[in-house]
Design a protein around this ligand. Structure first.
Ligand code: SAH
Length: 348
């Protein structure tokens, strides 16, 4: 099956005119339906005959919302998307004063093996195509009223490691920011990585004004290796250097993600080392307490220690804020909903 949301408008036009002998303007009409996440049967200005021919070998909606959970605490919505081969991916929509941020997945599962993360349990199943990543955005955006933009910001922080699916993620960035498509500025898109250093540098050289987030979680190499196997390949210093390079090339401030795990990375010495690593950088640290995942046995840092850690960073001159924990009642952390679904616990 050909996933039509994988294509730019031009690519779609080339493909459909060559394969189906249709006029370019009809391809453009189809492209417009695709950006609204409309399936073939809803494409009312397209002939029935063409729709039938297309649906025999093409997929119009790459990610279909099959389940929505809404947090009673803060209105955060969690979506389960079904992909055309039956796999599932998940996304989270968080509402802020300035708009709605959608967190999307880049892979089914993940092979990075971070000890605290639910997405990696069961390993990597497969990469998502560019259109499957975009499809999550289009499906959720279609829930809006169609007048103003519903999804205003995107974070690649769902399941998967974006820089382990480099080409598809870069293609996604081009698709999502295309002026004839949904046209979301890359300044409103954040890519979060566990630190695949060569690909951070490669991305920097592409000059895409996307925000880069590094999931650091521990400034000491020996300890970071224990919770994040990627650290065996690339040291903390190499990852930070790559972030500095990214800033030099793009001018975009770096965000450091720091998840506090009880007794593991929340002491003064961690704050001190973190401050020395980040000295002189244009950087902001997002601190969050670990969202407990039952399979991992790890605990989040207490409220008191979290506040203390933030105070340490403040005194050490590091710009840091606590990232609000959202959707805790709906298994908001990466990969938790998909796991529940796979385990057959998905009963509400
Ligand atoms: N692979 C990418 C993006 C996906 S994870 C990355 O590593 O950045 C998005 C963020 O959520 C990462 O910072 C990740 O470390 C963090 N995370 C994963 N599981 C978590 C949990 N149970 N509690 C809190 N943060 C978690």
């Amino acid at each position: 099956m050909t996933i039509l949301q994988d294509y730019t408008q031009q690519e779609l036009t080339d493909y459909l005119t060559a394969e189906y002998g249709i006029k370019p303007f009809v391809a453009v009409q189809i492209y417009q339906w695709l950006t609204k996440a409309t399936d073939f049967d809803g494409m009312t200005n397209i002939s029935k005959n063409l729709r039938e021919r297309l649906s025999a070998d093409c997929v119009a909606v790459a990610a279909k919302i099959v389940k929505t959970l809404t947090s009673q605490l803060d209105g955060t919505k969690k979506f389960l998307f079904r992909l055309s081969d039956g796999n599932v991916a998940e996304g989270v929509l968080m509402s802020y004063k300035y708009g709605n941020t959608l967190c999307v997945s880049t892979q089914v599962g993940c092979r990075m093996g971070c000890k605290f993360c639910a997405s990696t349990i069961g390993g990597l199943i497969r990469n998502l195509s560019a259109g499957e990543i975009l499809g999550q955005v289009l499906a959720v955006n279609a829930l809006g009223n169609g007048k103003e933009r519903y999804v205003t910001n995107i974070v690649l922080m769902g399941s998967g490691e974006p820089l382990d699916n480099f080409d598809n993620v870069v293609k996604f960035l081009r698709l999502v920011s295309a002026s004839e498509g949904i046209n979301i500025s890359l300044r409103n898109v954040s890519l979060s990585t566990c630190g695949i250093v060569p690909n951070i540098r490669k991305l920097a050289d592409m000059n895409l004004p996307v925000n880069l987030t590094l999931s650091l979680h521990n400034p000491f190499n020996d300890q970071r290796k224990e919770i994040m196997p990627v650290s065996r390949a690339y040291s903390v210093e190499e990852a930070i250097d790559a972030c500095k390079y990214f800033f030099e090339r793009t001018g975009r401030r770096i965000i450091i993600e720091y998840t506090l795990i009880d007794g593991q990375n929340d002491s003064y010495s961690h704050a001190l080392k973190l401050a020395s690593l980040l000295r002189g950088m244009s950087v902001h640290v997002n601190v969050i307490a670990l969202n407990p995942v039952k399979e991992t046995g790890l605990k989040g840092t207490s409220e008191r220690v979290l506040r203390q850690f933030l105070q340490y960073l403040d005194k050490l001159g590091v710009s840091a804020t606590r990232r609000r924990t959202m959707g805790q009642d709906i298994e908001g952390a990466c990969g938790q909903l998909r796991r529940r679904y796979l385990e057959g616990r998905d009963d509400n």
